[in-house]
Design a protein around this ligand. Structure first.
Ligand SMILES: CCC/C=C/C(=O)SCCNC(=O)CCNC(=O)[C@H](O)C(C)(C)COP(=O)([O-])OP(=O)([O-])OC[C@H]1O[C@@H](n2cnc3c(N)ncnc32)[C@H](O)[C@@H]1OP(=O)([O-])[O-]
Ligand SMILES: NC(=O)C1=CN([C@@H]2O[C@H](COP(=O)(O)OP(=O)(O)OC[C@H]3O[C@@H](n4cnc5c(N)ncnc54)[C@H](OP(=O)(O)O)[C@@H]3O)[C@@H](O)[C@H]2O)C=CC1
Length: 243
């Protein structure tokens, strides 16, 4: 990855931090964004001088577009910033739905548009993080499942439209980060992991390695693909986070 520039959103915590550290380890110059400067600063401390942190809210369209345009040539864009709250669909207000759809789909689409010129110049690669099997429905995550299914469709559509740019949608199952721990109690996480065909979670290192591999060109014969890194959980039954 030496000599290549990567942008990782949500690089201050969890998956985003693990991805940023792995890319730096492989020689890339990594720009990491997120809202909380103190989280980014910790990633920077761990990563060393080839990691550059910029506080940025990806939902702030103007700021995000200006920032991405300013990067110029971009070899790899990792759209990792995302999240939601768990609630039954009947308990999701209009504003709640809009906030989750915006963070996980609309803002991501805007960031991709802003990065198009830089990615096209580089013959770059994009990894969009999603959730495992959202198209099958996830009870308790109607808003997020809808947005994440949209990411897969967006990834395929851009793969058809943007010549020379490889786009991937990477959908992990359960990755035991602090972020998922804040969202779901341990017993729900244990239940989801136990019903996974491989009977296990997906490790942070595995997600980071997949992003690095896709970003390195190992999968350059592929574009538009949805890769479910979920121990087969999407094959079994649609998840329910509400019991
Ligand atoms: C196995 C699972 C795999 C998944 C793993 C992961 O993703 S790990 C990643 C783990 N990390 C994360 O997921 C990140 C954590 N999540 C977040 O950062 C935020 O929830 C957000 C970005 C989704 C929304 O941000 P924001 O600042 O724009 O939103 P806001 O706070 O201003 O509220 C807007 C509306 O939402 C409403 N509302 C909010 N909570 C609830 C609730 N529990 N119930 C019902 N409603 C709720 C709130 O009431 C308001 O509506 P109202 O009352 O005006 O009609
Ligand atoms: N952990 C899991 O089991 C799974 C996670 N995923 C997805 O992987 C991604 C990372 O998850 P994980 O590391 O576990 O959770 P985290 O909550 O740690 O990661 C979310 C990251 O997104 C950043 N972020 C959120 N909103 C914004 C915003 N508006 N602008 C910029 N950055 C933002 C957060 O930083 P800050 O708050 O500082 O802005 C944080 O670094 C998410 O998209 C998640 O939905 C998918 C499948 C499973």
């Amino acid at each position: 990855m030496r000599g290549r520039t990567a942008l990782v959103t949500g690089a201050g915590t969890g998956i985003g931090r693990a991805v940023a550290l792995r890319l730096v380890e492989l020689g890339a110059d990594v720009v990491g964004v997120g809202r909380r400067p103190e989280r980014l600063a910790e990633t920077a401390r761990l990563a060393g001088e080839r990691f550059e942190a910029t506080p940025l809210d990806v939902r702030d369209r103007a700021a995000a577009a200006a920032f991405v345009a300013g990067l110029g040539r971009l070899d790899l864009l990792v759209n990792n910033a995302g999240g939601q709250f768990v609630a039954p669909a009947a308990g999701i207000s209009r504003r709640g739905f809009d906030a989750v759809a915006d963070l996980n789909l609309t803002a991501l689409a805007a960031l991709l548009q802003a990065a198009r010129a830089g990615l096209t110049t580089a013959g770059g690669r994009v990894v969009n993080l999603s959730l495992s099997a959202p198209d099958r429905g996830i009870a308790g995550l109607a808003h997020s499942a809808a947005a994440r299914a949209g990411i897969a469709a967006l990834t395929r559509s851009l793969a058809r439209e943007w010549p020379g740019v490889r786009l991937f949608c990477l959908a992990p199952g359960t990755v035991l980060t602090a972020g998922v721990g804040d969202e779901l109690p341990p017993e729900v996480l244990a239940r989801i992991v136990a019903t996974t065909p491989l009977g296990r979670d997906t490790s942070l290192a595995e997600v980071a390695e997949w992003v690095a591999a896709l970003g390195s060109g190992v999968a350059d014969a592929v574009s538009g693909a949805l890769i479910e890194l979920d121990g087969g959980s999407g094959l079994v039954s649609a998840a329910s986070l509400t019991g």
